[in-house]
Design a protein. Structure first.
Length: 215
């Protein structure tokens, strides 16, 4: 299979490994900013592995008068202390992982400052993770929703926390690695990029590369 020049993705909150594997290999990456917000997706949720199994962390968003809200205009809700709760859950899951102490100082500030828009928050997170892993990928933003950049695969809806919504992707074969609770659950694939980063540290970019297959 020939590697296309680029890929079009939705925004995501600490996106899963499959998502970041795309960022690691495609020369051009476009992030959709003009679509309407879709609930129950990685746009405002991430899945980590805790002592009792996978845990979904969901960012609450403000409800608009209409159901259709453009993703770049969607505001984060701060009525509840979701930041403190998310960080506590992440700390509990990964504080004993090999590389948590190396990267916690880069991640924890995002759970103290208040960012107005979900899209901006996700962009900052993604760019921070790319910087930590030294992956030199430039994230470009779409100019229009309907227009898919030339030579790009459209993966806006292909990567989903809902199994029945996740499209088949023969190029992605998650490479197993040691997780904090491996002895209890075995290997749990395609969790949040945080799981890979905290467990594997500097080896994370190599594992992303090894999870993509091209003929």
């Amino acid at each position: 299979m020939t590697l296309p020049t680029g890929i079009l993705l939705s925004t995501a909150y600490f996106a899963p490994i499959r998502y970041f594997s795309k960022l690691a290999v495609y020369p051009e990456v476009y992030i959709e900013q003009h679509e309407n917000f879709i609930k129950q997706t990685y746009r405002n949720r991430t899945v980590i592995l805790g002592a009792n199994g996978p845990v979904s962390l969901i960012i609450p968003v403000e409800k608009g008068r209409g159901q259709k809200i453009r993703i770049k205009d969607l505001r984060i809700a701060y009525d509840e202390e979701w930041q403190r709760n998310h960080w506590r859950t992440i700390f509990s899951a990964y504080n004993s992982s090999p590389f948590f102490e190396y990267y916690a100082d880069d991640i924890e500030p995002f759970f103290r400052k208040k960012t107005e828009f979900l899209f901006d928050f996700n962009q900052q997170l993604t760019e921070t993770i790319l910087g930590i892993m030294e992956i030199e990928t430039t994230l470009k933003l779409t100019e229009d929703f309907e227009q898919v950049p030339e030579q790009c695969l459209n993966f806006r809806e292909q990567i989903s926390p809902k199994t029945h919504r996740t499209a088949e992707d023969p190029t992605f074969v998650p490479r197993p690695y040691t997780q904090v609770f491996s002895e209890k659950f075995g290997f749990v694939p395609d969790l949040s990029i945080l799981d890979l980063l905290f467990n594997e540290g500097p080896s994370a970019p190599d594992i992303l590369q090894e999870s993509i297959l091209f003929e």
